[in-house]
Structures are given as C-alpha cells and as structure tokens.
Ligand binder design. Structure first.
Ligand code: 0GY
Length: 306
C-alpha cells in the first residue's frame, strides 16, 4: 500500500555524523518515535500529517551509531491511539526500549496490562492543536488515575502560551508528569522573562514534574549553523535548556526526537544534536544524571534494585 506523504515532508537525515561527544555508558534516548512502516502498521485515519516510514530497525541502527544504550519510544500522533507500531518496536528491542502510549477512555485493563508487559510505562496527553483534536480533560484525568495502578506516568505536550490555561489540569495530575520539549518556550524571549519563569515555577512548585530538554531544532531561531566551524548548533536554545538542567538536575531527560516529525526548514543531523548535550549539561555529573540516572529511574527502575 502506498501512502502519500504530507506535501513538503522532510525525511529523516540519512547518514548522520559521528558525534564528538561520547555518551556515557547506559545513555538513554528518551524521546523518539517510529512511523509505520505504513504497509505493516497503517497510520490513523484522524492523523494531521502523513510522514515517511521510520522503522524500528532504522531507529535501533541510529541508537547504535550515536552510542545510546536504550530508547524510550513515544507514540506519535500519526498513529493515534493505535499503539501497535510502538509496541512492536518495544517487543523487538531485547529489553532495550520502553514506551509511552496514547490511550482512550475505552482502553481495557487487559490492554493496559499487555502494553505494560511489552514495556510501556506512560501515556501521552497532547495539547498541541495542530497535532490532535481536543480530548475532554475529565477523560484524561480518568486515564491518569487508571494508569497509576501500573506505576505509569503522564507525558504532556503543549506550547508555552497555553501553560496558564492548562496549569490547574496539569497540577491535578496524580502521577509523575514529564513535559515534552520544555513546554516549547519562545526562545526570542528572555530566559528570566515571564513566559519561561512560569515554566520554571511550574517545575519548582511541583516536584512530580520533569522536563525533556529536547528539540533545540524545533525551538531554535538561529538554526543549525555552526559557530566558527565548531559543532555547536541551535545556540539560542542553550540558555533555556541549561537553566532547566542546572536547576532540576534530577528531573530532566534528553532525546533525539528522531525521526523529527513536522520540521519545515531543515532536518537535523542527529550526530550534531548529540553534540548539543555538553552545552546544556556541562559537567560529567550532569550528563550522567540527564542521560543515564534519570531515565533509568523512570523507565528501568528494576535495574537500580538489582
Ligand atoms: C515531537 C513533536 C511533534 C510531533 C509529535 O506525536 C507527534 O506527532 O510529537 C511536533 O510536531 O511538534 O515530539 O515529535
């Protein structure tokens, strides 16, 4: 079956460079996706975009190339609440991938248990209007209370401008809450300006809230241009991500966001993205917490008990 990609869709970067930054042993790419392949796992009818295929084999080849040990595969909106592609990726990872699902109120306990057995450890609530249709908050709250029984957490995706309106809902969530991409700050504003200050307050006042310090390629206005030939791209995002890492070193995660859905201007070289890490986590201790300790605590806690 051939599916037509969204016009202008950028395919992921083939042949990423070798990062200069050597990832610590046990590093986790804690935000990435699989798309299809569409002939095996069709995209959801209600999707807002149709991507290129991005298979589990390609994801795991990237993991090995970059030097990651494990992945957290997050359900992408093009698959709706049909989690089969993501679960299939987990089942073929040899225990090296955990997942975050999208579910509806109608999900059964048996389905949740099967996903748990496959390695799912969270659900994602998406509030980015270009990506999903609205789901009533009472439905989401009901889901959040149900998945607590499995020890799962909630991943939330929203844009900075919407945080004030969503604040009461987010702070009522009973689980650990992981924010995608720092709540998408506008990086032309000051790090200590009112918008990002609200995000920092959100984390400061709620110690169940974590943040992925991900997606400089999505947030940057300066883009991937290197500085003086250095492998330092997306420089305008550094102060935001570094502030979060240094303030909340035990509640941050990092991921590639491969295969980078919906980028319009450029497709990042994933090797260059890895070289962003030491700029936002400048010490070996911060790097180990960000890349190893925190994701292990959230997704593979059994390894810590061993
Ligand atoms: C991301 C960001 C985006 C897309 C999705 O599930 C998705 O479709 O998350 C986006 O378009 O900003 O985290 O991959």
């Amino acid at each position: 079956m051939h599916v037509e990609k969204t016009p202008g869709w950028l395919d992921w970067f083939a042949g990423p460079s070798q990062p200069q930054f050597v990832l610590p042993l046990g590093a986790v790419d804690a935000h990435c996706h699989v798309f299809g392949p569409a002939n095996q796992f069709p995209f959801a009818p209600e999707r807002k975009y149709t991507p290129c295929d991005a298979s589990k084999h390609q994801l795991y080849a990237l993991r090995d190339h970059l030097g990651f040990d494990k992945n957290v595969v997050v359900q992408a909106t093009c698959h709706g609440a049909d989690n089969r592609a993501m679960v299939d990726a987990l089942l073929h990872s040899g225990g090296k991938a955990r997942g975050v699902a999208t579910v509806k109120r109608s999900v059964t306990d048996g389905e949740l248990q099967a996903m748990h057995d496959a390695g799912v450890r969270g659900v994602r609530f998406n509030f980015v209007k270009r990506l999903v249709d609205f789901t009533p908050k009472d439905e989401l709250l009901e889901i959040a209370h149900r998945i607590q029984a499995w020890g799962w957490h909630v991943v939330i995706y929203f844009e900075a401008v919407d945080l004030p309106e969503l604040w009461d809902f987010f702070t009522a969530l009973p689980t650990t809450v992981v924010v995608d991409h720092m709540g998408r700050p506008n990086v032309d504003q000051a790090v200590d300006g009112p918008e990002f200050a609200l995000f920092m307050k959100f984390m400061r006042e709620h110690d169940n809230v974590w943040s992925k310090v991900t997606c400089p390629e999505r947030l940057s206005l300066t883009g991937p241009a290197a500085l003086n030939g250095q492998r330092q791209a997306y420089r305008d995002v550094v102060p935001f991500a570094r502030h979060v890492v240094e303030t909340f070193p035990d509640r941050v995660l990092w991921g590639t966001d491969w295969p980078h859905p919906n980028l319009k201007d450029h497709m990042p070289d994933d090797g260059l993205l890895v070289d962003f890490i030491p700029h936002i986590a400048p010490t070996a201790d911060l790097q180990k917490r960000l890349l190893v300790d925190n994701p292990t605590r959230l997704y593979w806690p059994e390894l810590l008990k061993a």
